[in-house]
Design a protein around this ligand. Structure first.
Ligand SMILES: Cc1cc2nc3c(=O)[nH]c(=O)nc-3n(C[C@H](O)[C@H](O)[C@H](O)COP(=O)(O)OP(=O)(O)OC[C@H]3O[C@@H](n4cnc5c(N)ncnc54)[C@H](O)[C@@H]3O)c2cc1C
Length: 570
């Protein structure tokens, strides 16, 4: 950790510009480090020098994080060139999040807030923090964790092991979820921020780096404690509140982590587009083949779906904080899985070059595909997140039955340039269901007024019908215990599609000042996104006409990034 003062706050645009041309993010260098499984030191140093770590700290505690969608944009830009570096650097956001969440809880003490400010300062200056939740024997089942924190005079004694921890070895501090009641249970776990540099030698050891399929250069290791003593100030929030704080912090980290997926999709599409634009077969360029254009259109449409949903959720962390248990679960269950598909489709266009580890941009594609697999695994996989959604089905149904209400918080989350107010309070379960989906009838009504062509409105109405039917089915689902049925997971996936469609529509309507920009005009990106979603919703009466995908593909060009913010300086 450097002792230098934090640099001025960097904008997402400036980070995007810097990584695009910096040597540590060049395709050659990135491939070299991946091949030798070497940590991306130079890339992380560059991100440090830009001041990216300030974005890991809420503005309330002295950082730059006043809008989570800004951090999503930053991670997208970094991951768009090297997902390994993004994972390696952004781990500190995940590691520190619990301390900031604890300091904003209703019962937080002045000491909690003071510690959050101190940590904010340290993180901004380069402190590396990792997050130790998982154990080898228990994986997703956090309530089975066996690492113990036993109260002793002046603090706690730690015994046990956390394994598969990103940056466990390189970190200065680890935020640990530890069992404090022998019986465990929802109130039996406590969070401790452990400063490794202050532990007695021999009371802990870092476990060897674990070789991985993707993110090969990252420090994926573990940490073992044997009677390590930590002071009482290490406590994060009250004793016994560990699980609650972790679940709330995960609402933020799961949302932000999908910025990595957006970057992976950008990278894969960029490679595919570059290749098919140059490749000549049968006397013409590959991009002139209708099937190739359709595939490109589908990938770009999927990217717009992922982006509008992710940016909405990032802003909802402020505008609709009490509903983040819904948005974060939807985003983390849906976006990485969707992007795995988009990457695979891009790979089909690259033919053998998707498979070669040295040819075509130094074999970048196969690295993106391997690296991106991790996004769906850490911080709760698809099923863990769908379970979180399934637990809330009754509230989602009752919210829908209350009928639509024009809610400015939804428009605020959807309007990408509106200034957000102070973040509201996170809740374990949304008391108000999902205001975005509940408002869908109003959003669909507004599409025509906002200038969307009649055929787009018709598509939106078709989707609205499917969403209404889904709520009838959700209302018939019996309460699910530990053994959730496959049918409930299938319904959760349809709910994800509904939230994604509602987010896309709300974002298009709420950003009228962008409607003249290339992808926005004529509601093109929205039409393509809804085409993709309606197809996945398998609406009765046939699949939607895929022609909007071809129109979207016609607009793609190697030098024009795909995205809602493509008109901004990137
Ligand atoms: C590269 C990497 C970095 C990591 N970094 C960290 C880190 O920094 N900190 C940390 O704490 N952990 C980290 N992890 C651990 C990661 O969070 C775990 O891998 C994850 O919690 C899942 O645990 P598991 O792999 O043991 O899978 P398991 O929990 O054994 O699950 C296996 C499969 O069972 C199914 N399943 C699990 N739960 C459910 C459910 N509720 N309903 C239905 N099906 C289910 C899913 O298909 C799942 O994929 C990392 C892992 C990797 C690979």
């Amino acid at each position: 950790m450097s002792a230098a003062a934090a640099p001025p706050i960097v904008t997402p645009e400036a980070v995007a510009r810097a990584v695009r041309t910096a040597e540590p993010f060049s395709a050659r260098r990135v491939a070299e480090l991946d091949r030798s499984e070497t940590f991306p030191e130079d890339a992380c140093r560059l991100l440090d020098s830009l001041g990216v770590a300030q974005w890991y700290v809420p503005d309330l505690f002295g950082g730059a994080l006043a809008d989570h969608s800004g951090l999503i944009w930053i991670l997208r830009a970094v991951a768009g060139h090297d997902l390994t570096a993004a994972v390696a650097h952004a781990k500190t956001f995940l590691g520190a999040a619990s301390v900031f969440v604890a300091a904003r809880q209703p019962g937080a003490t002045p000491a909690d807030r003071q510690r959050a400010r101190r940590l904010g300062e340290q993180v901004s200056q380069g402190l590396i923090v990792s997050w130790g939740l998982t154990e080898r024997e228990h994986g997703s089942d956090l309530l089975a964790g066996e690492l113990t924190a036993t109260p002793v005079a002046g603090g706690y004694r730690l015994d046990g092991t956390k394994w598969l921890i990103n940056n466990a070895t390189r970190a200065d501090a680890v935020c640990l979820l530890a069992r404090t009641l022998p019986a465990g249970g929802a109130r039996g776990y406590t969070l401790l921020l452990v400063d490794k540099r202050r532990l007695a030698p021999g009371s802990y050891r870092c476990l060897p780096k674990v070789p991985t399929h993707g993110v090969r250069g990252a420090d994926i290791s573990g940490i073992e404690f044997t009677g390590a003593l930590v002071p009482a100030e290490a406590l994060v929030g009250p004793a016994g509140a560990g699980l609650e704080i972790v679940l709330k912090a995960l609402q933020l980290t799961r949302t932000v982590a999908t910025g990595l997926s957006l970057g992976a999709a950008d990278h894969a599409l960029r490679l595919a587009l570059g290749y098919v634009s140059e490749r000549e077969l049968y006397g013409r360029r590959l991009i002139e083949q209708p099937h190739v254009r359709r595939t490109l259109g589908r990938v770009a449409a999927g990217l717009f779906v992922a982006e509008s949903l992710t940016l909405f959720a990032g802003r909802a962390a402020h505008a609709l904080a009490g509903e983040m248990s819904v948005y974060s679960a939807v985003v983390k269950a849906f976006v990485p899985a969707l992007v795995d598909d988009l990457v695979a489709e891009s790979g089909e266009l690259l033919g053998a070059r998707a498979f070669l580890s040295d040819v075509y941009e130094y074999g970048a594609f196969q690295k993106v595909q391997r690296d991106h697999r991790i996004v769906g695994i850490f911080d709760g996989n698809q099923f863990v997140n769908q379970s979180a959604l399934i637990n809330q089905f009754p509230r989602l149904v009752s919210g829908w039955r209350r009928g639509p209400r024009d809610d400015d918080r939804v428009w605020l989350a959807a309007a990408l340039d509106r200034t957000l107010g102070e973040a509201g309070e996170l809740e374990l379960y949304s008391r108000t269901g999902c205001s975005l989906v509940q408002m869908l009838p109003i959003v669909v009504d507004r599409l025509g007024d906002a200038g969307a062509p009649a055929r787009v409105v018709a598509l939106a109405e078709l989707i609205l019908g499917r969403v209404a039917e889904l709520h009838t089915e959700l209302g018939a689902v019996p309460p699910q215990g530990v053994e959730v049925t496959p049918e409930a997971f299938a319904l959760a996936h349809r709910y994800e599609l509904s939230v994604a469609a509602a987010a896309a529509m709300a974002v298009w309507v709420a950003n009228g000042d962008r409607h003249r920009q290339p992808y926005w005009a004529d509601a093109l990106w929205l039409e393509a996104a809804l085409t993709l979603l309606a197809d996945r919703m398998a609406a009765p009466g046939g699949r939607p006409d895929p022609e909007p995908l071809d129109r979207l593909a016609a607009l793609l060009a190697v030098d024009r990034p795909v995205g809602l913010l493509a008109g901004d300086a990137r």
